[in-house]
Design a protein around this ligand. Structure first.
Ligand SMILES: [Zn+2]
Length: 284
């Protein structure tokens, strides 16, 4: 049918964020297959854009401000054009670094548990994440749900983050106290990220600095550090089996969230990122 217009834009959160034509630039619209003459039927014809999330697409149809009617996804832009269009139309956002955030463990296997508080690593870090995610000012945070260890690096690499932080706690003899941050021993960027995170955590918590610790792929947690291409650190923020450490952390979770958020933004600003090649064997 003639009279259809062409639209370029990006799919964000399931909706179409329009780049062009100019009169719709910056608008978020929904796509429906229905005709403009059937306004009440919009929802029934809505096009599910999930498969295009984060992608640049060309759409044909007719617009009414909030909807594009008779809509059809014509084409998905290739990587070179996508990259160019994102740079032009998302100026500030594109410059923001992306941090993949992995919350260690899950509901079914929640990690180390502090019995006195009935608090698990997963519960703690999940709660903490909810707080600092909103405080981060100029870094895009992508949460990664943990699956099996072996698949985790692939899941993360698919997101193409600039850096990765995994949240854990420590366990010792019940008395050991302090902060540790682990990084892959060959990654200079990983070491810098670990140092920045350590600085903020120790400054806020006032717990002992147990050091930024280089790990090889054969160490515990080494798989994630080695097989994720972006620099990666594992924060062991305090000792979960030490009541004093737990009390300190729980004392003001919001303050700890602030420390994480500031550290993440400083990493975005100041660390020169370098990706490492994915190896299959022979690396330690
Ligand atoms: Zn853990």
């Amino acid at each position: 049918m003639s009279g259809n217009e062409q639209f370029f834009g990006m799919v964000r959160n399931g909706e179409f964020y329009v780049f062009a034509p100019q009169h719709l630039e910056g608008a978020t619209v929904k796509l429906t297959t229905t005709w403009i003459e059937e306004p009440h039927a919009n929802e029934s014809g809505v096009i599910d854009l999930a498969e295009f999330e984060g992608k640049i697409i060309e759409v044909s149809g007719r617009d009414s401000g909030k909807w594009i009617y008779s809509a059809k996804v014509v084409e998905e832009a290739g990587p070179v054009l996508s990259d160019f269009l994102k740079r032009v139309f998302l100026k500030d956002e594109v410059r923001q670094k992306r941090c993949a955030l992995v919350i260690g463990h899950d509901k079914e296997s929640p990690g180390i548990i502090n019995k006195n508080r009935n608090l698990s690593e997963f519960q703690f870090n999940n709660q903490l994440y909810g707080l600092f995610e909103k405080k981060v000012k100029h870094t895009v945070i992508c949460r990664v749900n943990r699956r099996f260890h072996a698949e985790l690096p692939d899941d993360i690499n698919e997101l193409d983050p600039d850096f990765i932080i995994s949240l854990h706690c420590n366990a010792g003899d019940g008395k050991t106290s302090g902060v540790e941050v682990l990084y892959y021993h060959k990654s200079q960027a990983g070491k810098r990220i670990a140092e920045i995170l350590m600085k903020y955590l120790v400054e806020y918590l006032g717990l002992p600095n147990r050091g930024v610790i280089p790990k090889t792929s054969e160490d515990e947690c080494g798989l994630l550090l080695r097989y994720s291409t972006a620099p990666c650190v594992i924060a062991k923020t305090f000792f979960m089996d030490n009541d004093a450490d737990v009390n300190r952390a729980m004392d003001n979770l919001d303050g700890l969230a602030d420390a994480f958020a500031k550290a993440i933004d400083e990493v975005s600003d100041n660390v020169k990122m370098e990706h490492q090649p994915i190896g299959t064997d022979g690396f330690i």
